[in-house]
Structure formats: structure tokens, C-alpha cells
Design a protein around this ligand. Structure first.
Ligand code: X5A
Ligand code: ZN
Length: 668
């Protein structure tokens, strides 16, 4: 399986700049590229990537999207005087040409295509092209918004043609609407385009009606254009992650792309003078982590905007760390979306409900009297770009710390040990059997004579101590009774001073359900529910999911609608996952759940698996050790109405407490 992260960079793309005074264009400076690259270097990330040579795009590649007339205009700028350049630029909206623009635009596009080739050929798993000029605003016959050739749109056409792809997802997390990409693929169902963007009811650039949520695509492409307009500035990590959970990801997993391209603009990050949003750099780690689970990890990012240099450099670095597979740092801030964000999310889901099975059970109301129309009440704040520098520097000091990288495995002595990646160690110590017996006796009398269970608890306790002193990041343990081991482990961790543990118990319980109810743990049970009843507490949830297992899965639905928003809202210090008996979700579902949950708690995760499940155990080992990123989790099948109705009850009971569960501004 492919591994490695590619990086495309060439300083020659700094060889053009604005030659006259223009307040709108002056932010697009050559330093954007060097700062991005130097920040990566500063963190030692450049050396860890595979460098790809850049190349010029060919005319044939450029004309996959652009008209030859437009190509000739761009070509002709090479020999123009400054005055002529300015005149040509003035024919377009927010564009500027320099004698080197054409050469750089060919390199930016060629570099992006090199990345697509490296990922599609399996030379690397994923990668980032640090390029300028950006691309997503440019159109078949037009330069627009600093963009000359539409790098990402052409990359999609190129990949479709060269690799015969049927489904490509483009995620545009730049803070501007990539209207160029929208126009190019509007009627094309083979390219799903998602863009969030600062909109403010159309008063923000490029001021287009077609940037609103109701532009869903045209003709055969209806349903394949997703716009999520932000009608206020100041959107935070919570708003962005909610947009991913409730809008992009369910549709993206249902679409099941063969390749994901990202228009990776960082003007959506804090401090940016264009975006005025408040997402912090680690947010981009989380967005990247989530997208890595599509198309077997084939993920190509190309730089678009990003004008606050410090914010840009840090956000790019957080992205690349996650592409490389480093543990994802905690998402900071209050996990509560703005009302205005929820309105946008609700409306985007509403207009797409006719096209996507994952949305078909939605309440179908549109919010037309948006709270931010007219005078707005509790408005999110802007952050002054000048104070952002100091804020970001401080913030990075707080969030960047060494996270242990090793994985600990606890196997029964003499049992089968799967072949393991090099950063996996096998636990060979054990707590004394009196201590194991005492820990077990709190929850069960009947198993005290079971040597196998007592031994497994002893080894588990030894492994947990390594966790709490930060020696291992995560751990997988085999147990004869996983949910009983979960209770023992949880109690031990709480005794050691853990404050918030998120426990997921899959399958039927081996023991009675007596978990604490004081907020130190949040218990989520996932089962067919023959013996399970809902417990009325904000710290106990139940997902009754009894879909037959098979190649396609409906588990995406509760995963994005409920489980991940719940986990991100709770912000646990540790995740505990028990895969017990009589499970009603597939092993692939468990692997996806586990892999995604590594985005919370900085990857601190304990998995407990039923004995004699060598395949699940080995796959979980690989995921925990970070060697999984080529797994294919698709395709999707729609959930049954019964499962959805059960989940809805749980949602209504929980959403006031755990705010990321909300995807409606108002219930009708
Ligand atoms: C690529 C990009 C922004 C253009 C803003 C013009 N363009 N006001 O971020
Ligand atoms: Zn932008």
C-alpha cells in the first residue's frame, strides 16, 4: 500500500508580484509561499515529505478548462509593459498580471498535476502543492481573485481523463467561494464540489447570488454542488467542524469518491485580513484527518488563499503534520456553533435532502428569516490581524507538545501474536494477581476464579499505567470479557485522576451497567438492543443500530450525525472502545470509528477486543500504530427508518447538552 506525503514547492513561483498600487490585490505577496515553506522547515516537516519536482503545465492541460483565447491573453502578458499589464488586469475582477505570471501559473498548475500523478500512481499516499498563483476563482475565459489558471479544477479533469475516474470530491476550505470551480462542474455529477465561504447575505466579495446555499448544481449535476455560506464573520473551530459533520462528510461518504482534491486556502484561519474568521491552526489538522478517511486516503491539497503570514504558516504546518500521520492535537475552544452557522447548515441540508439518502430523514424546513438579516444580535467577533500574531504565537506554544507515538499491545500469554508495525510494543508486565482480583471484584464476583480473566486484567492494569505516565499513546488489549474489562479499566483510570473518559461499548454487555454518572465518563453503547434500555442521563447514550452487516454500510450515518459530534463536544482525555460479543456493526465500521476517534483526546485510546478475533485485533493494531491510511471504507447504504427514529430520540435528549449534535437552528 502506498505511503508517504508529497510536497511540491519551487521558489520560482515567487517571481511575480503586483507592480502598481491596488489595495485589493496587495495582500497576495510572494512571501506567502516562502513563509509556508519555512514554517514547515522550522518544524522539521519538509525533510519528512517526499519532494516532487515541479513542471510547467502543457497547453493541452490548460485548455482542459480554459479557452485558447484566454490562454493567448495570458501568454501575451509576458512581454507587456507595466501600463499594458495594468490595462489587461483591469479587464478582470481582482486580478493582476506581471511578466512572470504566465510562467508561474504554468508551474502552479504543473505542480498540482505532479501531485495528482504521485498520488494516483501510488508513489505517495497524499500530499500538498504549495503553489501560487491560486486557482479556484479563475474561469474558462477569465482571471479572477488573484487566480490565473484553475489548478484544482484542471487537476480534477486531468485525473478523470488520465486515470478514468468516475467520482472526484473537491473540498474548498478557502474563505472565498470558488465560483470558478462551481461554474466548471455545475452540470457534472462526477465531481462533487463543496465550498464554505464568507457571504454575509451577498455583501461580501465576489457578491454573487449563486454563492448561496440554494445553488445545488444544474441538470445532471443537481445535488453535486454544495455551498455553505457564512453570513457572519468570526466563525470558530466549532462551526467548521459542525459543517464537516453535518454537511460535507455525510454527503462525501455517500458519494464515495475515488480521489479527494482540496482547494486549501488558509484565509479561513484566524487573523486573516480577508476572512475575519476565528478558526485556529489545529482546526486544519482535524479537517485533514477527517478527509483522510475518504478514497482510501488519496488526498491532494493545493494552496489557494491565506494572507496572514503567521496564521498561514502555522495552519499549513498543522495540515502537513496530519497528512504525515502525526497524532492530531486537541481542537480548542468552546464546542458550540453560532446560531448563524446552524442556520446555514440547516438550509444547506434542506436544499440537498432531495438528492442524498443520508439527508432523506431530515426535517425539511428552510429558515428564511435568518437571524443575521437586518440588525444582528449576538454577533461573533472579529479578530484584529495585528493582535492575531501574538495570539497565534501563544496559542501554538500551548497546543504543540510531544505526544507519545508508540502503541502498546496486551495479548494473552502463548496466544497468537499478529505481525506488528515497528512502533508497536507487546506488553510483558502484569499487575500482581491480588491487585487484579481486587479490581475485578468491584464489578464481578463470578469471574474471580477465571484465571484467564484475572490474568488479562493484570496485564491491562500494567498497560494503563504506561498511558497515564505518557509512555504510550494508545493501547489494544485482548480480553475474554471486553465490556467487563472496560469497567475495570475505567475505574482504574478514574482512580489515577482522569477527568473525562469517552467509553464506546459495541455489542452486548458482559456485566451489569453501573458506570459513574458524574461527568467523569460518557458512556455510549452501540448494539442491536435486545437487552438494552435507554438510561436517562446526559452521560449515557445508546445507539441502537442493527443493520445487517455486509460490503456496504449505513454506519456513516450515526457516526457523523451522532457519535463524532458527541465525542468532540465532550472533549475527553481518553477514548475507550470495547468490541464485545453479539455486535451489530461490522468490523470495518469499528475500524472506521476507531480511526476517526483518534482525532479526539490527542489519540489517547484504549481498544478492548474479544479473544479469538485475530483479524480485528491485527487491523486495530495497524490503525492505532498509524499504518492504516489506505483502507477503503465505502460504499454507503441508507439506514433503515427504524434506526434513524431511534437515533432521533437520543439526539433530542442530548443536543441541549452536547452542542455539536445540533444541525438545526430551530426545530419546527
Ligand atoms: C485566492 C483568493 C481572494 C480574492 C479577494 C478579492 N482570492 N477581494 O483567496
Ligand atoms: Zn480566498
Amino acid at each position: 500500500m502506498a505511503s508517504g506525503t508529497a510536497l511540491v514547492y519551487d521558489e520560482e513561483m515567487m517571481s511575480y508580484e503586483l507592480l502598481w498600487e491596488d489595495l485589493e490585490c496587495e495582500i497576495e505577496v510572494p512571501d506567502r509561499l516562502s513563509v509556508s515553506y519555512n514554517t514547515l522547515k522550522h518544524y522539521g516537516l519538509v525533510e519528512r515529505c517526499v519532494p516532487l519536482p515541479i513542471r510547467e503545465a502543457t497547453e493541452e492541460e490548460i485548455t482542459l478548462v480554459h479557452s485558447s483565447e484566454y490562454l493567448e491573453i495570458v501568454k501575451s502578458t509576458q512581454t507587456m509593459s507595466t501600463e499594458e499589464l495594468k490595462k489587461t488586469s483591469d479587464n478582470f475582477n481582482a486580478a493582476f498580471f506581471h511578466p512572470n505570471s504566465y510562467r508561474c501559473a504554468k508551474l502552479a498548475l504543473g505542480g498540482t498535476l505532479q501531485l495528482v500523478d504521485a498520488v494516483m500512481s501510488g508513489q505517495v499516499r497524499n500530499g500538498l502543492a504549495l503553489v501560487r498563483p491560486p486557482g479556484h476563482h479563475s474561469q474558462p475565459k477569465e482571471s479572477n481573485g488573484f487566480c490565473v489558471f484553475n489548478n484544482v479544477a484542471i487537476a480534477a479533469k486531468y485525473a478523470k481523463k488520465k486515470y478514468n475516474l468516475q467520482r472526484i470530491l473537491i473540498v474548498d476550505w478557502d474563505i472565498h467561494h470558488g465560483q470558478g470551480i462551481q461554474y466548471i462542474f455545475e452540470d457534472d455529477p462526477s465531481v462533487l464540489y463543496f465550498s464554505w465561504h464568507r457571504y454575509e447575505h451577498g455583501s461580501y466579495w465576489p457578491n454573487l447570488d449563486e454563492s448561496d446555499y440554494d445553488s445545488v448544481g444544474k441538470g445532471k449535476g443537481m445535488g453535486y454542488n454544495i455551498n455553505l455560506p457564512w453570513n457572519q464573520v468570526g466563525m470558530t473551530n466549532a462551526d467548521y467542524i459542525a459543517a464537516f459533520f453535518h454537511v460535507l462528510l455525510p454527503m462525501a461518504f455517500e458519494f464515495n469518491p475515488e480521489l479527494v482534491l482540496v482547494s486549501a486556502g488558509y484565509d479561513s484561519s484566524i487573523g486573516d485580513p480577508e476572512g475575519h474568521m476565528r478558526a485556529t491552526p489545529e482546526c486544519f489538522s482535524h479537517l485533514t484527518h477527517l478527509l483522510k478517511h475518504l478514497s482510501a486516503g488519496k488526498l491532494c491539497l493545493a494552496l489557494e488563499g491565506g494572507y496572514h503570514l503567521r496564521s498561514l504558516g502555522e495552519s499549513v504546518s498543522m495540515t502537513v503534520r496530519t497528512l504525515l500521520g502525526d497524532p492530531v492535537t486537541k481542537l480548542t475552544g468552546e464546542m458550540k456553533p453560532w446560531l448563524s452557522a446552524l442556520e446555514s447548515i440547516q438550509n444547506a441540508r434542506h436544499v440537498h435532502a432531495p438528492y442524498w439518502k443520508c439527508l432523506m430523514h431530515d426535517e425539511t424546513t428552510l429558515i428564511q428569516d435568518l437571524s443575521t438579516r437586518g440588525s444582528c444580535s449576538s454577533s461573533p467577533l472579529r479578530t484584529d490581524p495585528s493582535i492575531a500574531d501574538r495570539f497565534i504565537e501563544n496559542h501554538m506554544k500551548k497546543i504543540l507538545h510531544a505526544i507519545p507515538k508508540s502503541t502498546n499491545c496486551v495479548f494473552p500469554p502463548g496466544g497468537h501474536i499478529p505481525s506488528l508495525p515497528s512502533n508497536v510494543e507487546v506488553e510483558n508486565r502484569s499487575a500482581p494477581s491480588e491487585i487484579a482480583t481486587a479490581a475485578l471484584s468491584v464489578f464481578s464476583q463470578e469471574h474471580l476464579g477465571n484465571e484467564n480473566m484475572v490474568g488479562s486484567v493484570g496485564r491491562l492494569l500494567a498497560a494503563l499505567d504506561k498511558f497515564t505516565i505518557g509512555q504510550t499513546r494508545n493501547c489494544i488489549a485482548v480480553s475474554p470479557f471486553p465490556s467487563l474489562s472496560t469497567q475495570v479499566a475505567l475505574q482504574h483510570l478514574l482512580n489515577l485522576g482522569m477527568e473525562r473518559v469517552f467509553c464506546v461499548i459495541i455489542g452486548e454487555m458482559d456485566t451489569k451497567n453501573d458506570f459513574p454518572d458524574n461527568g467523569t465518563s460518557l458512556i455510549l453503547r452501540i448494539s442491536g438492543g435486545s437487552t438494552t434500555k435507554r438510561i436517562d442521563s446526559k452521560y449515557h447514550c445508546f445507539v441502537k443500530w442493527n443493520e445487517s452487516t455486509g460490503e456496504s454500510s449505513s454506519f456513516f450515518y450515526p457516526l457523523f450525525r451522532f457519535i463524532l459530534p458527541l465525542a468532540y463536544s465532550y472533549q475527553p482525555e481518553l477514548i475507550l472502545i470495547a468490541a464485545g460479543c453479539d455486535r451489530t456493526i461490522s468490523n470495518k465500521d469499528i475500524l472506521l470509528l476507531t480511526s476517526l476517534l483518534q482525532g479526539v483526546a490527542e489519540g489517547a485510546l484504549l481498544a478492548l477486543v474479544q479473544e479469538s478475533e485475530p483479524e480485528l485485533t491485527e487491523n486495530l493494531c495497524n490503525i492505532l500504530a498509524g499504518c492504516n491510511s489506505g483502507m477503503d471504507f465505502g460504499p454507503f447504504k441508507p439506514p433503515t427508518e427504524e434506526c434513524v427514529l431511534n437515533l432521533k430520540k437520543e439526539l433530542i435528549a442530548m443536543e441541549e447538552e452536547w452542542k455539536l449534535l445540533k444541525c438545526l437552528a430551530r426545530r419546527s
